[in-house]
Design a protein around this ligand. Structure first.
Ligand SMILES: Nc1ncnc2c1ncn2[C@@H]1O[C@H](COP(=O)(O)OP(=O)(O)OP(=O)(O)O)[C@@H](O)[C@H]1O
Ligand SMILES: [Mg+2]
Length: 357
């Protein structure tokens, strides 16, 4: 068994200054104006080596990046197995990408509505009684199906500002009520893709949180996606879920190859969550995931394993982000690094696309 005890390393402002080759005051200024990414941990900032890579990349390509028109890249967070941190990972990465200066929209495609509940204030009447959101993703899909276009007014009614800075489209059980109708429509695979196309110029990233099912929600989310992030636990059933999810992605790709401008659905990588690296079982399954990723040439975020920590459920009870609540913790640093790596990777692709035009 390979040794996998890597955890993300934090660096202080002083170390950051030495590595970047400027003084600490300049580093603090660069953090404050968003040039260098860092987390705020009570008394001061902390950062990571990946944040330096992100800073150097952004500096090197500053002009090109500034000259590029906004056009959202869509990322789906998937695993057909339930409870493996898809939602937690999706909204935490959304918050990080927004914090890095991007404009982000989170789309909840899960009728359980967990990301909706995690990021939006509840909708309530004057007496303070919680009510369902008046308009959700369901209304957008119905309008798209019936009229072909959604239009600005309905989007404005549906899209809400989340407590973590990014925008969000809520979802609830009402999505289930339109499934049979959507499933029988010839338009079903592309409906979400075309819906999101209408607002693509307003965002840099659209993050989709998907349910642990196979069916309309997941297939239409994949079809709408430029990138896919697979989230798994280091345990047998979740790894089976990863394999089944890969098969699903490949079959959706094959089906979609006949569509005009099919989305690439490139797998950004596999994120391991709720790992307990002190146990043999987690180490064993992390090692299995390493072999799986090598065999299938799929990147694995092996240096950014998200540990199991009671701090995550605590953040969900308190409606805060782990990166604010426990900035120094390994879960925060892992999420911070994963988001930085995603931002670099996708911006590299966007630059390549621009140069190839
Ligand atoms: N790193 C972590 N450590 C401990 N608990 C976690 C961690 N990440 C998520 N959880 C908890 O695990 C549960 C499932 O997480 P989450 O809802 O993000 O998974 P999911 O894959 O979206 O689930 P579903 O398949 O039902 O949509 C939640 O109670 C959450 O608080
Ligand atoms: Mg979920």
């Amino acid at each position: 068994m390979k040794e996998t005890t890597k955890v993300p390393k934090e660096i202080t402002v002083k170390q950051l200054a030495e590595k970047v080759g400027v003084d600490a005051t300049t580093v603090r200024r660069k953090i404050n104006n968003g040039e260098i990414q860092a987390l705020f941990a009570g008394k001061g900032f902390l950062s990571t080596d990946i944040a330096i890579e992100h800073y150097e990349f952004s500096q090197e390509h500053k002009k090109t990046l500034e000259s590029m028109k906004t056009h959202a890249k869509v990322i789906s967070f998937v695993n057909h197995k339930g409870g493996c941190s898809k939602t937690t990972t999706a909204y935490t990465i959304a918050a990080m990408l927004q914090k890095f200066g991007n404009k982000v929209l989170l789309v909840d495609m899960d009728p359980q509505g967990n990301s909706t509940q995690s990021v939006l204030e509840p909708h309530s009447n004057e007496e303070g009684i919680t009510l369902p959101y008046p308009k959700t993703i369901k209304d957008l899909l119905v309008e798209k199906k019936n009229s072909g276009t959604v239009g600005e007014t309905l989007f404005t009614e549906v899209i809400r500002s989340s407590r973590f800075g990014f925008d969000a489209i809520p979802c609830d059980l009402s999505l289930n009520s339109i499934m049979p109708d959507l499933e029988s429509s010839s338009f079903k695979e592309v409906i979400l893709k075309e819906l999101l196309n209408e607002i693509a110029e307003k965002y840099d990233y659209i993050i989709i949180d998907t349910p642990p099912t196979l069916g309309f929600s997941v297939i239409s989310s994949l079809t709408a996606s430029d990138y896919v992030l697979v989230v798994t636990l280091a345990e047998a059933f979740s790894i089976l879920g990863v394999e089944q999810t890969m098969n699903l992605i490949n079959s959706v790709k094959r089906q979609n190859s006949v569509l005009a401008n099919p989305r690439e659905m490139r797998i950004l990588g596999i994120v391991i969550s709720k790992a307990e690296m002190a146990t043999n079982v987690s180490r064993h399954f992390v090692s299995e995931l390493e072999s799986f990723s090598e065999e299938h040439t799929i990147p694995l975020f092996i240096d950014d394993i998200i540990p199991k920590t009671t701090k995550i459920p605590e953040t969900q009870a308190l409606n805060v982000l782990i990166t604010d609540y426990d900035a120094k913790g390994d879960a925060s640093l892992a999420y911070f690094n994963i988001a930085l790596k995603i931002d670099i990777e996708i911006k590299k692709d966007r630059i390549k696309e621009k140069l190839s035009k």
